[in-house]
Ligand binder design. Structure first.
Ligand code: PA5
Length: 449
């Protein structure tokens, strides 16, 4: 059984059951292409069976290294960008205290910080300065091993850590996750004798959170990676077996969003009411944006955190251009219990909710917002999970991965490549005067005059 539920009640004003039913054959076909590996990008379908195929030895090895890292580090720097970064951050943030970075030691965990996901000079200066007096380790992640942002960050961090501990001891604090045989990071790791983990060839970056890419940082942060994978395994088995479109949440999600897209709802806003889920939304945005935005097609994935953004983006969602639908990720039970106290003077006028839990108020905000948005012609889909733990996060991850693959195939694009990200890289290299880009350098510099 799975914990995740999908609720389509609030799209019923916009699409009929019959419209969904008409997609049955289409979804069957796309599912077949995924499981039989016959669709576009079929050499990147390793994630489909991945949860089930993780060997016990991999868990053992990751847990052993995570323990070693935790023992010797106050801080762990996770270096990576895109799919080599967002999955780990999404899970760590979802499962941690909202203030874990302010007081990680008290919880017995190292502080996890991130680098290589930007090229901000102040960010890097401040990180290096922060690390000066900390015991730390580095997990560097890059499937290609050649991505510029993490490569620059790692060069700077490598100099820093080697200066601090000496080259040999620094090598014991550096863990690299990369391709089995190719790329600069692989070569560097072999030369410097870093412990390395492999990202399977057939798993693309944004589908890699359940490989060492996500598992090592998540284990270092103190979470149970076996439970995470168990959740994903449950979802994997359930989605594979369930043929009925109305009972298979990934098929239903992919179908509903494509019907809405065909009706002009070209933007999907993921909304959460749980601040810990902000980076999960970022992971989802990357998964869907990079997978679907191709050939001038695709739903634009956006994200909001409610109720915070009801005081900003809420206006637009309620009342702006009517090309939006909303997917709410609802966490039913919070981890803790906070009740609104009574007050004799009642100067703030809040006694009408005295004795109520904050989660009750949050739920009323969520239900009220959903009704208001539906009235404003914004269809609402709800994905609900009972609480936040490793098992449920594993389910959620696999559900959205499968939903993305089916949805991408319905859109008739390849959800597993990312040709569009090359354009900025080529221009950046040309402007940086990288050897081999001379002609383009001249052209671009002329355009920038
Ligand atoms: O999903 C993807 O493939 C990308 O977002 C990559 O993860 C990202 O570009 C980082 O690539 P790499 O791991 O090769 O450094």
């Amino acid at each position: 059984m799975i914990n995740l539920k999908i609720n389509t009640n609030s799209v019923k004003d916009f699409i009929t059951e019959n419209e969904i039913k008409l997609f049955e054959a289409e979804v069957d076909l796309q599912r077949k292409k995924i499981y039989e590996k016959t669709g576009p990008g079929n050499d990147f379908l390793g994630w489909v069976d991945l949860p089930e195929q993780i060997e016990p030895e991999l868990f053992d090895s990751i847990e052993k290294d995570a323990l070693d890292i935790r023992k010797k580090s106050q801080v762990v720097v996770v270096v990576g960008i895109g799919g080599s970064y967002l999955g780990a951050r999404a899970v760590i943030d979802a499962l941690s205290s909202n203030f874990h970075n302010a007081e990680p030691q008290r919880q017995g965990n190292p502080l996890v910080v991130y680098a290589g996901q930007n090229i901000g000079e102040d960010y890097m200066h401040e990180l290096l300065h922060f690390l000066n007096d900390k015991e730390y380790s580095i997990i560097v992640i890059s499937k290609s091993g050649t991505t510029t942002e993490p490569a620059i960050a790692f060069r700077l961090l490598r100099n820093h850590i080697e200066e601090k501990y000496g080259e040999d001891h620094a090598a014991e604090r550096i863990f690299a996750i990369t391709d089995a045989s190719k790329g600069a990071l692989k070569k560097l790791s072999q030369t410097k004798k870093y412990k390395t983990y492999v990202i399977p060839d057939d798993v693309g970056g944004r589908y890699s959170v359940l490989t060492p890419v996500g598992l090592l940082p998540i284990a270092v942060a103190g979470f149970d990676i076996r439970k995470l994978v168990e959740g994903a395994r449950n979802m994997q088995a359930f989605l594979k077996k369930e043929q009925d479109l109305f009972k298979n949440p990934a098929s239903l999600y992919a179908t509903v969003r494509n019907i809405l897209y065909r009706k002009g709802k070209t933007i999907e806003v993921m909304a959460n009411y749980t601040p810990n889920m902000m980076y999960f939304t970022e992971w989802w945005k990357q998964l869907y944006g990079e997978s679907e935005g191709k050939q001038h097609k695709g739903i634009f994935p956006a994200g909001v955190s409610f109720t915070t953004d009801l005081h900003s983006m809420g206006q637009y969602i309620q009342d702006g251009v009517r090309n939006i639908f909303e997917t709410v990720v609802r966490v039913e039970k919070p981890r803790h219990h906070v009740t609104i106290p009574g007050d004799n003077d009642n100067l703030d006028g809040l006694n009408y909710i005295a004795g109520k839990r904050l989660s009750y108020v949050n739920q009323m905000a969520e239900e009220g917002t959903m009704l208001a948005h539906v009235d404003g012609e914004v269809p609402n889909l709800e994905i609900s999970i009972p609480h936040l733990d490793e098992q449920v996060m594993g389910e959620l991850i696999y559900f959205f991965e499968m939903g993305c693959a089916i949805s991408g195939y319905i859109l008739e694009i390849n959800p597993f490549d990312q040709p569009g990200v090359e354009a900025y890289k080529k221009n950046m290299f040309a402007l940086l005067e990288k050897p081999g880009f001379e002609e383009q350098t001249l052209k671009l510099k002329e355009r920038l005059k």
